[in-house]
Write a protein that binds this ligand. Structure first.
Ligand SMILES: *Cc1c(COP(=O)(O)O)cnc(C)c1O
Length: 328
């Protein structure tokens, strides 16, 4: 099912109902919400989080953007593509000692014309500090500085424009997403709160976190500071006991391959596959009442697969399986 989403350039949202014996046995309905854009490798939440940043750059007639990310960052890939598409400059401070031109993500960013600056860990750690940001503003005059992952208030607002509540089968009881810096989760909470104000339906929002970050609930709450949100309407659950970011345990990679082969929808083991793996465990454990309808946000991230293979975190065969399927 294809629903063009207004106001977001080139975005179409596809809904897929997932058919599994786990779901029929437990009486739980699972829908995947898969946004795609004209640029398949960067479809997902990062594209949405950039939308209002791009509008601000255009309104204020900024020269370009400056942002931050790891060497395989989905946000950097999306920022580079967005900047080229809209005709402005992009500079990224990359958490890396050197810019490896063989790294597929950085290579992609370079082909999109992004300027990459290798940044040691100690400097990178200052990325949210006011003094460091002031220095960057002087160094890059006329540029909008976008935080890591695009998770500013504007970023959350971009995600809040999505409607994950109304599945083709009716309103969702639970809206689930992978979460890391919290911008996406904050956006979905805001959207769901607005939705419940206009209809009696109020979905609970579930963030499946892929990182060890005790400050995540606070970050999400800060992004929602302007909104009247019921704290009982959302929660955060860890996807694994050992949350080392971008480590790909075999069980997650295997799950991704099985899921991709079965449903012909690609998922990756850093975010979406990992979150779905945990969601399946929760469903199997009976955490959702019979008759529950879950709407899961496919946040994209597929550009990262080439980087996982490049670092040999997945095998060639796994890479082929995961990269052959559709985005959504
Ligand atoms: C960045 C990312 C997330 C997490 O989004 P946050 O807004 O940082 O919490 C989830 N899935 C994918 C594929 C991502 O790239």
């Amino acid at each position: 099912m294809l629903l063009p989403t207004q106001d977001i350039a080139g975005l179409c949202a596809h809904w897929h109902r997932i058919d599994e014996s786990l779901l029929s046995d437990t009486g739980v309905e699972l829908w995947l919400y898969c946004p795609t854009t004209t640029e398949p490798m960067i479809s997902g939440n990062k594209w949405m989080k950039l939308q209002y940043h791009i509008k601000l750059i255009q309104q204020q007639q900024y020269r370009g953007l400056v942002t931050f990310g790891g060497a395989f960052s989905n946000h950097l890939a999306a920022s580079a593509a967005a900047a080229q598409l809209n005709g402005f400059d992009a500079t990224a401070y990359v958490r890396a000692d050197v810019i490896d031109r063989q790294n597929p993500t950085l290579q992609y960013c370079l082909t999109k014309g992004m300027t990459l600056i290798a940044t040691d860990r100690q400097t990178y750690r200052q990325r949210q500090q006011p003094d460091f940001l002031k220095m960057l503003a002087l160094r890059h005059p006329g540029c909008l500085i976008i935080p890591e992952g695009g998770s500013s208030e504007l970023g959350a607002r971009g995600v809040a424009g999505l409607n994950l509540t109304d599945t083709p089968a009716g309103p969702a009881d639970v809206i689930a997403t992978a979460t890391a810096s919290g911008g996406t989760l904050a956006g979905l909470i805001a959207a769901s709160t607005q939705q419940s104000a206009v209809s009696s339906n109020s979905a609970k929002v579930l963030g499946l976190t892929v990182v060890n970050d005790l400050s995540l609930p606070e970050k999400v709450a800060n992004l929602l500071a302007e909104q009247a949100v019921d704290a009982a309407c959302w929660r955060i659950v860890a996807t694994a006991p050992d949350q080392r970011y971008a480590k790909c345990p075999a069980e997650h990679v295997n799950f991704c391959c099985e899921f991709t082969l079965k449903h012909n929808i690609a998922v990756e083991p850093v975010y979406t596959g990992r979150a779905l793996f945990k969601l399946y465990k929760m469903i199997a454990a009976g955490e959702f009442a019979q008759g529950s309808r879950i709407s899961f946000f496919h946040t994209g991230g597929l550009q990262g697969l080439a980087g996982l293979y490049y670092r040999q975190l997945i095998t060639q065969q796994q890479y082929q399986i995961l990269s052959a399927a559709a985005v959504g």
